[in-house]
Design a protein around this ligand. Structure first.
Ligand code: COA
Length: 434
C-alpha cells in the first residue's frame, strides 16, 4: 500500500490518542529535547481517566507535571535520570529512580525487566519513502518503540531528520498526531574563570587525532574553547551540543583519524540550540544509533585514543567518584558516565577524565573529600577512575597506591581545604605529608 495512505489512516486527534492509554500501563516517553510535549500535556489534561500510569524516561527537560502531588493517584514517574523538574518528586518519594547504565536501558525494555505498554515519541516528518527520523533522540527511544504494544507518535515539522540507524516507517506507528512547535532548546551555559582553567587543563590531555566524548554543561563547553589549535579530532559521544558545531566549522573536528566510523560523528542524542538542530538536519556526517550501540564500552573502545570527559559531585581520597547523588538525595543519574569511563579505559591510548571545580556551594564545600557523604552512591569506582582534573591541575590516579592517590588529589584541591585533607591523609597513612 502507498505509504501516504497508511500515514493518513493513522492520523489521530490528540485527545483520542491519549484515550488509548489505560490505567496501570507503563508509558515510555521520548526525553530531553525530543520530549513529546503535546502528548504529555494531553495526558495531564485527561488525568482523571487514569489510575497509576507509570511514566518512564531519562533526561527531563519539560514540565514534569506528573510528579506534582495532585497527580499522585493518576501517575507515578519512574526516572532513569533525575532533573530539575522531577527532582522534588523523587526526593519526596512520589516518584522512583531506577539505577542503570544508559547503555543497558534498551535491554530493560526488550528483555522484559520493564515491558513497554505504550511508547510516546516525537519524530520528523516522513521522507519520500515514508520513513520518519527519530531526530535528536535515538538513544532508548527507538528500542522502546520497537517493543511497545502501542506506539503514539507526534510528527513535528520542526524535528530535524538525522541520519544513521535513526528511522521508522509510518506503517510501524499506531497513531500519528501532526504537530508544529519548536523543539526544546538548551542555551549554552555561562563559562567562568574556574571552568576556563579546568578546560585548559583538560585540553592538555587531548592530542591531535583523538576521539572525544563530552558531557553537557559549562566544563565540556570550556574544554572545547581550548581545542581550537588541535587537528583531526573525532566525536563518538552519548550527546553533543553547539560547541562541537563550531569545531566542525573551524575544521578542528573532521573525524578523519577515527578508527571506527571514520569521517562520521557518532551520537545517540543531541541537546542544544536551533543552530545545532539545523546543523544535524540531513547531515550525513552525523550518524545517530541507539544507546545500546553508541554507549557499549566494547564499541567505544574500538575508537583508538578515545578521551571521555565527564563531571562529578564528590571524589574521595581513594578516587571513588560520586556523580549522581548528594548524600541520600538522587540529584541526577549515572547516564553514560561509566559506559565512557570503561570504553575509554579499554581503548588503545584512551583516557577517561572526570573534570570538576575544586569546590561547590560558592566555595563553601570541597569536592575532594576524605569520605563521601553518608548515603551517597559511588558512580565511578576507584578501580575504574583514571584522571581527575580541577582548576588547580591534573591527578592521574591509574596505577597509583592509595597513599599516592590521596597525595595527587590533595595537590589539585582548593587551598582552603588542603589542611583538612592533609590531616586525614596523615592520620590514615601514619606518614608526614611533604
Ligand atoms: N556537595 C553538596 N552539593 C554539591 C556538591 C557537593 N560536593 N557538588 C555539587 N553540589 C551542588 C552544587 O552546589 C549545585 O547546586 P546549586 O545548583 O544549588 O548551586 C548542584 O549540586 C549542581 O552542581 P554542578 O556541579 O554545578 O552541576 P552540573 O550541572 O555541572 O552537573 C553533575 C554536574 C555531576 C551533576 C553532572 O555532570 C551529572 O549528572 N553527571 C552524571 C551523569 C554523567 O556523567 N553523564 C555522562 C554524560 S552526559
Amino acid at each position: 500500500m502507498d505509504w501516504k495512505k497508511i500515514y493518513k489512516s493513522k492520523l489521530t486527534k490528540l485527545e483520542d490518542a491519549v484515550k488509548k492509554i489505560k490505567s496501570r500501563d507503563r508509558v515510555v516517553t521520548g526525553h530531553a529535547a525530543a520530549e513529546p510535549q503535546k502528548l504529555i500535556d494531553a495526558m495531564i489534561r485527561n488525568k482523571d481517566q487514569y489510575e497509576d500510569v507509570e511514566i518512564v524516561h531519562m533526561v527531563p527537560l519539560g514540565k514534569g507535571e506528573y510528579t506534582h502531588p495532585e497527580m499522585a493517584p493518576h501517575f507515578r514517574h519512574n526516572a532513569l535520570f533525575v532533573g530539575g523538574s522531577t527532582r522534588q518528586g523523587v526526593a519526596e518519594a512520589r516518584a522512583d529512580y531506577t539505577p542503570c547504565f544508559f547503555t543497558e536501558i534498551p535491554r530493560l525494555f526488550k528483555e522484559g525487566y520493564l515491558p513497554v505498554d505504550v511508547a510516546l515519541i516525537q519524530l520528523s516528518r516522513p521522507d519520500e519513502h515514508g520513513y520518519c527520523s527519530f531526530g535528536v533522540s535515538n538513544d532508548y527511544t527507538k528500542p522502546a518503540t520497537e517493543c511497545a504494544k502501542l506506539v503514539i507518535a507526534e510528527v513535528n515539522d520542526h524535528m530535524p531528520r538525522t541520519m544513521g540507524d535513526s528511522f521508522i516507517h509510518v506503517s510501524d506507528l499506531d497513531c500519528i498526531i501532526e504537530t508544529s512547535y519548536p523543539i526544546i532548546e538548551l542555551n549554552p551555559p555561562k563559562i567562568g574563570d574556574v571552568e576556563k582553567a579546568i578546560g585548559e587543563n583538560c585540553a592538555t590531555l587531548i592530542n591531535d587525532g583523538d576521539t572525544l566524548q563530552l558531557g553537557i554543561g559549562a566544563i565540556p563547553d570550556a574544554v572545547l574553547l581550548f581545542l581550537k589549535d588541535k587537528k583531526d579530532l573525532g566525536i563518538h559521544s552519548e550527546m553533543f551540543s553547539d560547541g562541537v558545531v563550531e569545531l566542525v566549522e573551524s575544521g578542528v573536528v573532521n573525524n578523519k583519524r577515527k578508527t571506527l566510523h571514520k569521517d562520521k560523528m557518532i551520537v545517540t542524542f543531541l541537546m542544544g540550540t536551533q543552530r545545532l538542530y539545523d546543523f544535524v538536519n540531513n547531515n550525513p556526517s552525523v550518524e545517530m544509533y541507539s544507546v545500546d550501540y553508541v554507549n557499549n564500552p566494547y564499541v567505544i573502545m574500538q575508537n583508538e585514543n578515545m578521551v571521555s570527559i565527564n563531571s562529578c559531585i564528590q571524589v574521595d581520597l581513594m578516587g571513588q567518584v560520586v556523580s549522581d547523588t548528594i548524600g541520600l538525595k538522587q540529584f541526577s543519574g549515572v547516564g553514560g558516565q561509566i559506559d565512557y569511563v570503561r570504553g575509554a579505559s579499554l581503548s588503545k591510548g584512551g583516557k577517561s577524565i572526570i573534570a570538576i571545580p575544586s569546590t561547590a556551594s560558592k566555595g563553601k564545600l570541597s569536592r575532594i573529600v576524605p569520605f563521601i557523604d553518608e548515603g551517597a552512591a559511588v558512580t565511578t569506582s576507584r578501580n575504574d577512575v583514571h584522571y581527575i582534573v580541577t582548576e588547580y591541575g591534573i591527578a592521574n590516579l591509574r596505577g597509583k597506591t592509595l597513599k599516592e592517590r590521596g597525595r595527587a588529589l590533595i595537590q589539585i584541591a582548593h587551598p582552603d581545604f588542603k589542611p583538612m585533607l592533609i590531616e586525614e591523609w596523615e592520620r590514615r597513612f601514619c606518614t608526614k605529608f611533604e
